[in-house]
Design a protein around this ligand. Structure first.
Ligand SMILES: C[S@@+](CC[C@H](N)C(=O)[O-])C[C@H]1O[C@@H](n2cnc3c(N)ncnc32)[C@H](O)[C@@H]1O
Length: 406
Protein backbone atom coordinates (compact mmCIF):
# COMPACT_ATOMS: atom_id res chain seq x y z
CA UNK A 1 0.00 0.00 0.00
CA UNK A 2 1.42 3.46 -0.85
CA UNK A 3 2.38 5.43 2.27
CA UNK A 4 2.88 9.14 2.70
CA UNK A 5 6.35 9.85 4.04
CA UNK A 6 8.17 13.04 4.93
CA UNK A 7 11.48 13.58 6.72
CA UNK A 8 10.10 14.39 10.18
CA UNK A 9 7.30 11.83 10.20
CA UNK A 10 6.86 10.22 13.63
CA UNK A 11 4.14 9.50 16.14
CA UNK A 12 5.23 11.12 19.41
CA UNK A 13 3.61 10.29 22.73
CA UNK A 14 2.05 13.65 23.53
CA UNK A 15 2.09 15.09 27.04
CA UNK A 16 -1.52 15.15 28.38
CA UNK A 17 -2.91 18.61 29.05
CA UNK A 18 -3.38 19.56 32.69
CA UNK A 19 -7.09 20.39 32.54
CA UNK A 20 -8.57 22.59 35.26
CA UNK A 21 -12.32 23.03 35.64
CA UNK A 22 -12.85 26.75 35.11
CA UNK A 23 -16.62 26.95 34.98
CA UNK A 24 -19.86 25.04 34.65
CA UNK A 25 -22.47 26.72 32.52
CA UNK A 26 -26.14 25.88 33.11
CA UNK A 27 -27.89 27.46 30.11
CA UNK A 28 -30.84 29.51 31.45
CA UNK A 29 -30.23 27.77 34.79
CA UNK A 30 -31.11 24.28 33.49
CA UNK A 31 -29.75 21.77 36.01
CA UNK A 32 -28.25 24.44 38.31
CA UNK A 33 -26.48 23.74 40.64
CA UNK A 34 -26.32 19.93 40.83
CA UNK A 35 -26.52 18.52 37.26
CA UNK A 36 -23.35 16.72 36.21
CA UNK A 37 -22.59 17.95 32.70
CA UNK A 38 -22.10 15.42 29.93
CA UNK A 39 -20.77 18.16 27.64
CA UNK A 40 -17.27 19.56 27.82
CA UNK A 41 -15.50 22.47 26.21
CA UNK A 42 -11.71 22.76 26.60
CA UNK A 43 -9.34 25.66 26.01
CA UNK A 44 -5.95 24.32 24.98
CA UNK A 45 -3.92 22.68 22.25
CA UNK A 46 -5.96 19.70 21.14
CA UNK A 47 -2.90 17.43 21.08
CA UNK A 48 -2.56 17.61 24.85
CA UNK A 49 -6.33 17.79 25.38
CA UNK A 50 -6.93 14.60 23.37
CA UNK A 51 -4.07 12.87 25.16
CA UNK A 52 -5.67 13.85 28.49
CA UNK A 53 -9.01 12.41 27.33
CA UNK A 54 -7.59 9.02 26.35
CA UNK A 55 -7.86 7.33 29.77
CA UNK A 56 -11.61 8.06 29.92
CA UNK A 57 -12.64 8.17 26.28
CA UNK A 58 -10.37 5.89 24.25
CA UNK A 59 -12.60 3.90 21.87
CA UNK A 60 -15.72 5.72 23.11
CA UNK A 61 -16.46 8.60 20.72
CA UNK A 62 -19.21 7.91 18.19
CA UNK A 63 -18.42 10.73 15.79
CA UNK A 64 -15.56 13.18 15.35
CA UNK A 65 -15.73 16.18 13.04
CA UNK A 66 -12.31 17.74 12.37
CA UNK A 67 -12.03 21.13 10.68
CA UNK A 68 -8.34 22.01 11.14
CA UNK A 69 -6.42 24.84 9.52
CA UNK A 70 -6.17 23.97 5.80
CA UNK A 71 -2.47 24.85 5.18
CA UNK A 72 -3.37 28.14 3.52
CA UNK A 73 -0.48 30.03 5.13
CA UNK A 74 -2.79 32.86 6.02
CA UNK A 75 -3.87 34.62 9.16
CA UNK A 76 -7.60 34.78 9.81
CA UNK A 77 -8.75 37.80 11.78
CA UNK A 78 -12.01 37.77 13.73
CA UNK A 79 -14.54 40.58 13.59
CA UNK A 80 -15.34 41.99 16.99
CA UNK A 81 -18.07 44.47 17.75
CA UNK A 82 -21.15 43.94 15.66
CA UNK A 83 -19.34 41.90 13.08
CA UNK A 84 -22.36 40.21 11.59
CA UNK A 85 -23.10 42.89 9.04
CA UNK A 86 -20.46 43.42 6.33
CA UNK A 87 -22.29 46.50 5.05
CA UNK A 88 -21.73 48.34 8.35
CA UNK A 89 -17.93 48.28 8.78
CA UNK A 90 -18.17 51.17 11.27
CA UNK A 91 -19.74 48.68 13.71
CA UNK A 92 -16.82 46.29 13.97
CA UNK A 93 -13.04 46.02 14.11
CA UNK A 94 -10.66 43.25 13.21
CA UNK A 95 -8.97 41.35 16.03
CA UNK A 96 -6.78 38.29 16.19
CA UNK A 97 -8.69 35.15 15.19
CA UNK A 98 -6.40 32.23 14.41
CA UNK A 99 -3.38 31.57 12.25
CA UNK A 100 -2.83 28.94 9.60
CA UNK A 101 0.88 29.66 9.17
CA UNK A 102 3.55 26.98 8.84
CA UNK A 103 7.33 26.86 8.42
CA UNK A 104 6.84 24.35 5.64
CA UNK A 105 4.64 21.46 4.52
CA UNK A 106 6.47 19.01 6.81
CA UNK A 107 5.50 21.07 9.86
CA UNK A 108 1.86 20.97 8.78
CA UNK A 109 1.95 17.22 8.13
CA UNK A 110 3.50 16.64 11.58
CA UNK A 111 0.68 18.67 13.10
CA UNK A 112 -2.12 16.88 11.25
CA UNK A 113 -0.78 13.34 11.52
CA UNK A 114 -0.29 13.42 15.30
CA UNK A 115 -3.83 14.69 15.81
CA UNK A 116 -5.52 12.32 13.39
CA UNK A 117 -3.76 9.42 15.10
CA UNK A 118 -5.26 10.46 18.45
CA UNK A 119 -8.70 10.86 16.90
CA UNK A 120 -8.45 7.34 15.51
CA UNK A 121 -7.74 6.07 19.04
CA UNK A 122 -10.64 8.00 20.55
CA UNK A 123 -13.21 6.74 18.04
CA UNK A 124 -15.54 3.93 19.07
CA UNK A 125 -15.47 0.69 17.03
CA UNK A 126 -18.71 1.88 15.39
CA UNK A 127 -17.52 5.49 15.06
CA UNK A 128 -16.95 7.77 12.09
CA UNK A 129 -14.45 10.55 11.43
CA UNK A 130 -15.16 13.47 9.10
CA UNK A 131 -12.00 15.39 8.12
CA UNK A 132 -12.73 18.75 6.49
CA UNK A 133 -9.98 20.14 4.22
CA UNK A 134 -9.63 21.77 0.81
CA UNK A 135 -7.28 21.59 -2.17
CA UNK A 136 -4.29 22.73 -0.13
CA UNK A 137 -3.92 19.46 1.80
CA UNK A 138 -6.79 17.06 1.09
CA UNK A 139 -4.55 14.63 -0.80
CA UNK A 140 -2.19 14.33 2.18
CA UNK A 141 -5.11 13.96 4.57
CA UNK A 142 -6.53 11.11 2.52
CA UNK A 143 -3.25 9.20 2.52
CA UNK A 144 -2.88 9.67 6.26
CA UNK A 145 -6.39 8.36 6.88
CA UNK A 146 -5.78 5.37 4.59
CA UNK A 147 -2.80 4.57 6.75
CA UNK A 148 -4.44 5.18 10.14
CA UNK A 149 -7.83 3.57 9.43
CA UNK A 150 -7.09 1.24 6.50
CA UNK A 151 -8.00 2.00 2.87
CA UNK A 152 -11.05 -0.21 3.15
CA UNK A 153 -12.47 2.06 5.87
CA UNK A 154 -12.92 4.94 3.43
CA UNK A 155 -16.64 5.76 3.30
CA UNK A 156 -17.01 8.98 1.33
CA UNK A 157 -15.29 11.97 -0.13
CA UNK A 158 -17.90 14.68 0.27
CA UNK A 159 -17.60 17.76 -1.88
CA UNK A 160 -19.10 20.81 -0.23
CA UNK A 161 -19.93 23.31 -2.98
CA UNK A 162 -20.54 27.00 -2.43
CA UNK A 163 -20.20 30.20 -4.36
CA UNK A 164 -19.03 33.74 -3.72
CA UNK A 165 -16.60 36.36 -4.95
CA UNK A 166 -13.04 35.35 -5.79
CA UNK A 167 -9.92 37.30 -6.78
CA UNK A 168 -8.63 34.44 -8.99
CA UNK A 169 -8.29 35.34 -12.68
CA UNK A 170 -5.78 32.73 -13.86
CA UNK A 171 -7.60 29.53 -12.89
CA UNK A 172 -11.12 28.34 -12.26
CA UNK A 173 -12.52 29.73 -9.01
CA UNK A 174 -11.89 27.32 -6.19
CA UNK A 175 -15.30 26.92 -4.66
CA UNK A 176 -15.46 23.57 -2.92
CA UNK A 177 -14.10 21.93 0.19
CA UNK A 178 -13.44 18.23 0.63
CA UNK A 179 -14.70 16.24 3.60
CA UNK A 180 -13.09 12.82 3.95
CA UNK A 181 -15.14 10.25 5.82
CA UNK A 182 -13.63 7.14 7.41
CA UNK A 183 -15.19 4.59 9.73
CA UNK A 184 -13.41 2.66 12.43
CA UNK A 185 -14.84 -0.69 11.32
CA UNK A 186 -17.39 -2.05 8.89
CA UNK A 187 -20.05 -1.77 11.59
CA UNK A 188 -20.85 1.94 11.71
CA UNK A 189 -23.82 4.26 12.21
CA UNK A 190 -25.44 5.61 9.05
CA UNK A 191 -28.99 6.92 9.46
CA UNK A 192 -30.19 6.94 5.89
CA UNK A 193 -33.72 8.08 6.71
CA UNK A 194 -32.52 10.99 8.84
CA UNK A 195 -30.83 12.68 5.88
CA UNK A 196 -33.17 11.96 2.98
CA UNK A 197 -34.08 14.92 0.82
CA UNK A 198 -36.84 15.49 -1.74
CA UNK A 199 -36.24 14.34 -5.30
CA UNK A 200 -35.72 17.09 -7.85
CA UNK A 201 -39.10 18.17 -9.27
CA UNK A 202 -37.93 17.12 -12.77
CA UNK A 203 -37.25 13.58 -11.50
CA UNK A 204 -40.71 13.42 -9.93
CA UNK A 205 -42.29 14.61 -13.20
CA UNK A 206 -40.30 12.08 -15.24
CA UNK A 207 -41.43 9.16 -13.10
CA UNK A 208 -45.01 10.36 -13.03
CA UNK A 209 -45.14 10.47 -16.82
CA UNK A 210 -43.04 7.35 -17.47
CA UNK A 211 -42.80 4.73 -14.71
CA UNK A 212 -40.17 2.80 -16.70
CA UNK A 213 -37.73 5.75 -16.59
CA UNK A 214 -35.46 4.24 -13.91
CA UNK A 215 -34.76 0.99 -15.77
CA UNK A 216 -38.05 -0.36 -14.44
CA UNK A 217 -37.25 0.56 -10.83
CA UNK A 218 -39.53 3.26 -9.48
CA UNK A 219 -38.03 5.06 -6.48
CA UNK A 220 -40.13 5.86 -3.45
CA UNK A 221 -40.77 9.46 -4.47
CA UNK A 222 -42.57 10.42 -1.29
CA UNK A 223 -39.78 9.12 0.97
CA UNK A 224 -37.12 11.18 -0.78
CA UNK A 225 -33.59 10.20 -1.73
CA UNK A 226 -30.28 9.71 0.02
CA UNK A 227 -28.19 12.78 -0.82
CA UNK A 228 -25.32 12.48 -3.27
CA UNK A 229 -21.75 12.97 -2.05
CA UNK A 230 -21.74 16.58 -3.27
CA UNK A 231 -23.60 19.07 -1.13
CA UNK A 232 -24.50 22.66 -1.77
CA UNK A 233 -24.82 24.89 1.29
CA UNK A 234 -24.26 28.64 1.21
CA UNK A 235 -21.20 29.88 3.09
CA UNK A 236 -21.78 31.67 6.38
CA UNK A 237 -20.91 35.03 4.78
CA UNK A 238 -24.32 34.69 3.12
CA UNK A 239 -26.15 33.56 6.25
CA UNK A 240 -26.54 36.73 8.25
CA UNK A 241 -28.44 35.12 11.09
CA UNK A 242 -25.62 32.61 11.72
CA UNK A 243 -22.60 34.89 11.59
CA UNK A 244 -20.57 35.19 14.75
CA UNK A 245 -17.66 37.20 13.35
CA UNK A 246 -15.33 34.20 13.92
CA UNK A 247 -13.32 33.39 10.79
CA UNK A 248 -13.96 30.33 8.59
CA UNK A 249 -17.18 29.53 10.44
CA UNK A 250 -19.06 26.62 8.83
CA UNK A 251 -22.80 26.59 8.11
CA UNK A 252 -25.00 24.84 10.65
CA UNK A 253 -26.89 22.88 7.97
CA UNK A 254 -23.66 21.20 6.85
CA UNK A 255 -22.80 19.98 10.32
CA UNK A 256 -26.38 19.00 11.10
CA UNK A 257 -26.36 16.65 8.14
CA UNK A 258 -23.15 15.03 9.38
CA UNK A 259 -24.55 14.67 12.90
CA UNK A 260 -27.86 13.25 11.70
CA UNK A 261 -26.22 10.74 9.37
CA UNK A 262 -23.49 9.46 11.65
CA UNK A 263 -24.75 9.71 15.23
CA UNK A 264 -27.85 9.19 17.35
CA UNK A 265 -29.36 11.17 20.22
CA UNK A 266 -27.37 10.47 23.39
CA UNK A 267 -24.18 9.63 21.45
CA UNK A 268 -20.88 11.25 22.33
CA UNK A 269 -19.51 13.37 19.52
CA UNK A 270 -16.43 15.59 19.33
CA UNK A 271 -14.88 18.54 17.55
CA UNK A 272 -11.32 19.35 18.63
CA UNK A 273 -10.98 22.36 16.29
CA UNK A 274 -14.32 23.88 17.25
CA UNK A 275 -13.69 27.54 16.29
CA UNK A 276 -16.98 29.40 16.69
CA UNK A 277 -18.69 26.25 17.99
CA UNK A 278 -20.93 25.38 15.05
CA UNK A 279 -20.54 21.65 15.62
CA UNK A 280 -21.06 21.53 19.42
CA UNK A 281 -24.04 23.91 19.12
CA UNK A 282 -25.67 21.72 16.46
CA UNK A 283 -24.84 18.61 18.49
CA UNK A 284 -26.45 20.07 21.60
CA UNK A 285 -29.58 21.02 19.68
CA UNK A 286 -29.83 17.48 18.30
CA UNK A 287 -29.47 15.88 21.74
CA UNK A 288 -25.92 14.56 21.35
CA UNK A 289 -23.31 14.95 24.09
CA UNK A 290 -20.18 16.71 22.96
CA UNK A 291 -16.50 17.21 23.66
CA UNK A 292 -15.15 20.35 22.03
CA UNK A 293 -11.82 22.12 22.11
CA UNK A 294 -10.00 25.08 20.65
CA UNK A 295 -6.73 26.74 21.53
CA UNK A 296 -7.93 30.34 21.39
CA UNK A 297 -9.91 32.11 24.06
CA UNK A 298 -11.94 33.94 21.39
CA UNK A 299 -13.12 30.62 19.97
CA UNK A 300 -14.12 29.35 23.41
CA UNK A 301 -15.99 32.56 24.17
CA UNK A 302 -17.84 32.45 20.82
CA UNK A 303 -18.69 28.79 21.36
CA UNK A 304 -19.92 29.43 24.90
CA UNK A 305 -22.33 32.13 23.70
CA UNK A 306 -23.75 29.78 21.09
CA UNK A 307 -24.12 26.92 23.56
CA UNK A 308 -26.04 29.07 25.98
CA UNK A 309 -28.86 29.09 23.44
CA UNK A 310 -28.67 25.34 22.79
CA UNK A 311 -28.87 22.36 25.08
CA UNK A 312 -27.78 21.32 28.52
CA UNK A 313 -25.09 22.11 31.06
CA UNK A 314 -21.47 22.05 29.95
CA UNK A 315 -18.11 22.53 31.60
CA UNK A 316 -15.28 24.77 30.47
CA UNK A 317 -11.86 23.35 31.22
CA UNK A 318 -8.58 25.11 30.61
CA UNK A 319 -5.14 23.66 30.09
CA UNK A 320 -2.99 24.59 33.11
CA UNK A 321 -3.96 27.18 35.64
CA UNK A 322 -4.06 30.01 33.09
CA UNK A 323 -7.25 31.95 33.72
CA UNK A 324 -9.05 33.54 30.80
CA UNK A 325 -7.66 37.06 30.28
CA UNK A 326 -9.27 39.61 32.60
CA UNK A 327 -9.47 43.16 31.28
CA UNK A 328 -9.25 46.40 33.21
CA UNK A 329 -12.74 47.67 32.36
CA UNK A 330 -14.72 48.19 35.60
CA UNK A 331 -18.10 46.51 36.04
CA UNK A 332 -20.66 47.48 38.69
CA UNK A 333 -23.87 45.72 39.62
CA UNK A 334 -26.54 45.69 42.28
CA UNK A 335 -28.66 42.85 43.62
CA UNK A 336 -32.15 43.45 44.93
CA UNK A 337 -34.05 40.46 46.22
CA UNK A 338 -33.77 38.03 43.31
CA UNK A 339 -32.83 40.46 40.59
CA UNK A 340 -29.38 41.47 39.45
CA UNK A 341 -28.80 44.62 37.43
CA UNK A 342 -25.63 45.93 35.78
CA UNK A 343 -24.93 49.63 36.34
CA UNK A 344 -23.69 51.58 33.31
CA UNK A 345 -21.92 48.59 31.77
CA UNK A 346 -19.64 48.99 28.78
CA UNK A 347 -21.05 47.57 25.55
CA UNK A 348 -21.27 43.84 26.20
CA UNK A 349 -21.46 40.70 24.10
CA UNK A 350 -22.10 38.36 27.00
CA UNK A 351 -22.50 38.28 30.76
CA UNK A 352 -23.24 35.58 33.31
CA UNK A 353 -23.80 35.24 37.03
CA UNK A 354 -22.68 32.83 39.72
CA UNK A 355 -24.94 33.67 42.69
CA UNK A 356 -22.96 31.47 45.11
CA UNK A 357 -19.36 32.00 44.04
CA UNK A 358 -16.91 29.70 45.84
CA UNK A 359 -13.82 31.51 44.56
CA UNK A 360 -12.77 28.51 42.44
CA UNK A 361 -15.21 27.11 39.90
CA UNK A 362 -17.64 29.57 38.32
CA UNK A 363 -21.17 28.09 38.31
CA UNK A 364 -22.99 30.10 35.72
CA UNK A 365 -26.67 30.10 36.70
CA UNK A 366 -27.85 32.86 34.35
CA UNK A 367 -26.48 34.19 31.07
CA UNK A 368 -27.29 36.99 28.67
CA UNK A 369 -25.98 37.18 25.09
CA UNK A 370 -26.12 40.09 22.69
CA UNK A 371 -28.67 39.07 20.08
CA UNK A 372 -27.11 38.88 16.65
CA UNK A 373 -27.55 42.13 14.71
CA UNK A 374 -30.17 43.80 16.91
CA UNK A 375 -27.57 44.73 19.48
CA UNK A 376 -29.62 45.05 22.68
CA UNK A 377 -28.34 42.81 25.46
CA UNK A 378 -30.47 42.79 28.64
CA UNK A 379 -28.75 44.34 31.67
CA UNK A 380 -31.08 42.80 34.23
CA UNK A 381 -31.72 39.15 35.09
CA UNK A 382 -33.64 37.16 37.68
CA UNK A 383 -31.55 34.99 39.98
CA UNK A 384 -32.48 31.39 40.82
CA UNK A 385 -32.76 32.13 44.59
CA UNK A 386 -31.33 34.27 47.35
CA UNK A 387 -27.85 35.36 46.33
CA UNK A 388 -24.87 34.75 48.61
CA UNK A 389 -21.48 35.83 47.27
CA UNK A 390 -22.23 36.99 43.73
CA UNK A 391 -19.71 36.89 40.91
CA UNK A 392 -20.48 38.44 37.52
CA UNK A 393 -18.37 37.77 34.45
CA UNK A 394 -18.81 39.65 31.23
CA UNK A 395 -17.21 39.94 27.80
CA UNK A 396 -17.22 43.31 26.07
CA UNK A 397 -17.98 43.61 22.36
CA UNK A 398 -14.22 44.03 21.91
CA UNK A 399 -13.60 40.63 23.44
CA UNK A 400 -12.27 41.81 26.80
CA UNK A 401 -13.30 39.69 29.77
CA UNK A 402 -14.22 41.41 33.02
CA UNK A 403 -15.30 40.19 36.43
CA UNK A 404 -16.89 41.73 39.51
CA UNK A 405 -17.62 40.16 42.92
CA UNK A 406 -19.91 41.27 45.74
C1 LIG B 1 -11.17 26.12 10.45
S1 LIG B 1 -11.33 26.71 12.07
C2 LIG B 1 -12.73 25.82 12.68
C3 LIG B 1 -14.02 26.53 12.35
C4 LIG B 1 -15.24 25.86 12.96
N1 LIG B 1 -15.54 24.59 12.34
C5 LIG B 1 -16.46 26.76 12.88
O1 LIG B 1 -17.50 26.39 12.32
O2 LIG B 1 -16.37 27.89 13.41
C6 LIG B 1 -9.98 25.91 12.83
C7 LIG B 1 -9.88 26.15 14.33
O3 LIG B 1 -8.86 25.30 14.83
C8 LIG B 1 -8.25 25.94 15.93
N2 LIG B 1 -6.95 25.28 16.15
C9 LIG B 1 -5.85 25.31 15.36
N3 LIG B 1 -4.88 24.56 15.88
C10 LIG B 1 -5.37 24.05 17.05
C11 LIG B 1 -4.85 23.20 18.04
N4 LIG B 1 -3.60 22.73 17.96
N5 LIG B 1 -5.63 22.89 19.10
C12 LIG B 1 -6.89 23.36 19.20
N6 LIG B 1 -7.44 24.16 18.27
C13 LIG B 1 -6.70 24.50 17.21
C14 LIG B 1 -8.17 27.39 15.50
O4 LIG B 1 -8.03 28.24 16.64
C15 LIG B 1 -9.49 27.56 14.76
O5 LIG B 1 -10.47 28.06 15.62
Amino acid sequence: MPLLTWPTKSLPNPEPADLTLESIVYPAGRGYPHATPENHLALGDNLGVMAALLPEYEGRLDLIYADPPFFTNRRYPARVGRGEDSRRPQDWQLAEGYTDHWDDLDAYLDFLYARLALMARLLAPTGTLYLHLDWHADAYGRLMLDELFGRERFLNEIIWLYHGPSPIRTAFNRKHDVILVYTKSERYTFNTDAVREPYHPNTVKTFESSPRAGFGKVPNLARGKVPEDWWYFPVVARLHSERTGYPTQKPEALLERILLASSNPGDRVADFFCGSGTFPAAAARLGRNFLACDRTWRAIQTTRSRLVGAGNAFTIEVDGQAPAPLGQVPLAFCVEKQTIRLENPPELDYWEVDPAWDGKTFRSARQACRPVRTGAIPIEMDLPGEAASVCVRAVTVNGEQIQAIK
